[in-house]
Design a protein around this ligand. Structure first.
Ligand code: BV8
Length: 244
């Protein structure tokens, strides 16, 4: 992908860069996005119906098993060149912040150091009742397993629909997003709020906004630059253009 020369200039003069990533960044690692058709036994469920507290209360075993299936997919996945290039970009700017909607931890495995996780992380587990993180528990065959402290049900430490995003991470993301000079929205459908409002707030605050996606989104018509292509090759091309 040829990076437009005006964008290369913006990249070279940027002081404060913020990147927002969505499931599209992990797609080339084999982690299905939310809108990819669900496969196999999960094909009859709509993720937005499974990723809710209501679904968990109604059928905790089903929701726990869906996350166990996705946890295994994530454990087998490897960071792809988009993750690695973003980890390298972190060191090239005076200020660089990576904000992700993804729960797969692949940015951290690729070497990104300060990652703001807006929607939690599937590799962490918490007590549904107490909200405390639980790192180990006795396997009694219960599905979901029980909290060793209060006996409540364990759940993944992710943000479900109709649950608020974590306060600290949300405040950080919006502080970074409204105080940067260059904002990238990469591999996100920009339809899930409040995360999806971040690129628009960056636009409002005067940042140059770049979208990298395979398809158009509600952000496409407003972004200053739109690089239509797979993140796994477009992001490394951006990095290469910085090196010249
Ligand atoms: C909240 C973690 C309020 C879980 C996720 C009615 C009732 C209540 C709330 C609402 C409502 N109506 C609307 C809302 C708000 C709701 C919302 O926005 N709904 C949408 C569907 C309209 N939001 C919420 O509920 C949020 N909370 O509002 O709380 C509140 C406040 C105070 C007190 C109480 C309540 C919480 C939202 C977080 C939900 N959790 N994930 C899990 O993963 O299991 S969201 C999940 O979906 C992902 O994290 C992602 O952010 C989002 C979208 O999924 P995808 O589409 O797969 O991914 P993405 O968007 O990233 O799209 C993929 C993109 O990649 C595509 O554009 C594709 O073209 C592109 N792509 C694909 N391959 C590539 C690529 N691009 C580049 N290269 C490639 N190779």
């Amino acid at each position: 992908m040829t990076v437009p020369p005006q964008l290369i200039d913006r990249l070279k003069s940027a002081q404060r860069v913020v990147v927002l990533t969505g499931a599209g960044v992990s797609a080339e690692s084999g982690v299905p996005t939310f809108r990819d058709a669900q496969t196999g036994l999960w094909s009859k469920f709509n993720p937005e119906e499974l990723a809710t507290p209501r679904a968990f209360r109604r059928n905790p075993r089903l929701v726990w098993e869906w996350y166990e299936y996705r946890r295994k997919l994530v454990a087998e996945a490897k960071p792809n060149p988009a993750h690695t290039a973003l980890a390298e970009m972190e060191r090239l700017f005076p200020e660089f912040h990576l904000v992700t909607q993804n729960i797969d931890g692949l940015h951290q495995r690729a070497g990104s150091r300060n990652v703001v996780e807006l929607h939690g992380n599937i590799t962490r587990t918490k007590c549904f009742d107490e909200g405390t993180i639980v790192s180990n528990w006795t396997e009694t065959g219960d599905v979901p397993p029980k909290c060793p402290n209060c006996g409540g049900l364990l759940r993944p430490d992710v943000v479900w629909f109709e649950e608020p995003m974590p306060e600290k991470e949300t405040a950080l993301a919006f502080r970074f997003g409204t105080n940067c000079d260059l904002f990238f929205s990469i591999g996100t459908s920009a339809v899930v709020f409040p995360a999806a409002s971040l690129p628009f707030e960056a636009l409002e605050s005067g940042a140059t906004v770049v979208e990298i996606n395979l398809q158009s989104t509600p952000l496409t018509s407003k972004a200053h630059f739109v690089l239509a292509g797979p993140a796994g090759s477009v992001v490394p091309d951006l990095l290469k253009s910085l090196r010249i």
